[in-house]
Design a protein around this ligand. Structure first.
Ligand code: HMG
Ligand code: MG
Length: 301
């Protein structure tokens, strides 16, 4: 297998990037961030989640965020949905795409969504069927694919089983989440090979947190297997409130810088992307984790 000619980036900053921050941004600011990311050329942008606002107050009012983006019909704006209640809220808010999120770790699954893996898959089967019947696209996640903050090692066979189940229930693709950013390239590639053998490499997306500085190396190695959908968060924001030490996501700016260097078209204007990241950091009172953004601004390139 060789590299795809064109890489699709799924920007998860307005969801994963915000859910672990101390600051809670109002919907208008979240809308402005999504519009800035779209202006940079991103076309798939996770807009929020329909989860418990008590547990994740940062993403409460995602309905208002979608309402403010109703004219952006050219954008894919997936939202996370954990159960039937979340799907009903997403449908009422006009969501056109949802993401359901399972785990390969029993303990993380309990911490994150208070369900066992199998209980969550049973619930997701109904959620996916109802979403598809309503004309809503469905994306799947598997978390903790390369390690769990509670259990340590995770069996690749469990990841394959959960990913295969998500595809069978109608997910268009499955994003493999290295939630705690612990993986290294050979191990990541071995897992991608195992999953791709069951669901096809075209349905595999990758979601690396960069806790150990391995995310870009992992992406590069997996691109050579033919994976062509990569999740990233502007300014390297991100983390899961239910996974201790999850660390930020791969920074979108660093990913775009590398893909530009490899001659792989993304359609993204790096300078405008960096500006969107600066805006996010300013409103959050955070610093950018993107090495490329910091270097390019320092050298005024
Ligand atoms: P639960 O306690 O089992 O739910 O939570 P319940 O059905 O027993 O209801 C309890 C309360 O939650 C009720 O409210 C419900 O109305 C409410 P109360 O009567 O107490 O006021 N509730 C909801 N409210 C809003 N939206 C809903 C909803 N469902 C119930 N959909 C639940 C189960 C999943 C809801 C909860 O555990 C939860 O919200 N967890 C948060 C999960 C989350 O957002 N995690 C972070 C994202 S996953 C991630 O970051 C990993 C990823 O990035 C990939 C990677 O990095 O690997 C995707
Ligand atoms: Mg994540």
């Amino acid at each position: 297998m060789s590299r795809g000619a064109c890489i699709r980036i799924v920007e998860v900053g307005p969801r994963d990037g915000l859910q672990n921050e101390v600051a809670v941004l109002p919907p208008a600011t979240r809308i402005a961030l999504i519009k800035a990311l779209a202006a940079a050329g991103l076309t798939s942008i996770e807009a929020g989640s329909f989860v418990s606002p008590k547990l994740v107050p940062q993403l409460a009012d995602t309905a208002q965020v979608l309402a403010g983006l109703v004219d952006c019909t050219n954008l894919r704006l997936p939202v996370l949905v954990p159960n039937a209640q979340g799907l009903a809220a997403a449908i009422a808010a006009g969501a056109r795409e949802i993401a359901i999120f399972a785990s390969a770790s029993e303990t993380f699954s309990q911490h994150n969504i208070r369900r066992s893996i199998d209980e969550s898959l049973t619930e997701y089967r109904h959620v996916a069927a109802d979403a598809l019947a309503a004309g809503i696209k469905v994306r799947g996640y598997v978390s903790c694919v390369l390690g769990c903050p509670y259990e340590g090692k995770i069996a690749p066979s469990t990841v394959v089983r959960v990913a295969t189940d998500l595809i069978a229930m109608g997910c268009a693709e499955v994003s493999l989440g290295d939630t705690i950013g612990i993986g290294t390239p050979d191990i990541a590639c071995a897992l991608v090979r195992d999953v791709a053998a069951e669901i096809g490499v075209g349905r595999v997306a990758l979601h690396f947190h960069d806790t150990y500085g391995q995310a870009l190396a992992n992406v590069l190695a997996c691109l050579d297997l033919g994976v062509s959908t990569i999740d990233a968060a502007v300014a390297g924001l991100g983390g899961c409130p239910f996974a201790p030490a999850s660390g930020g996501n791969l920074a979108t700016e660093d990913l775009v810088y590398m893909l530009d260097g490899l001659g792989l078209p993304t359609g993204i204007a790096l300078d405008r992307l960096i500006s969107a990241g600066e805006m996010a950091c300013q409103v959050l009172g955070a610093s950018s984790h993107s090495r490329a953004a910091r270097a390019l601004r320092r050298h005024h390139v």
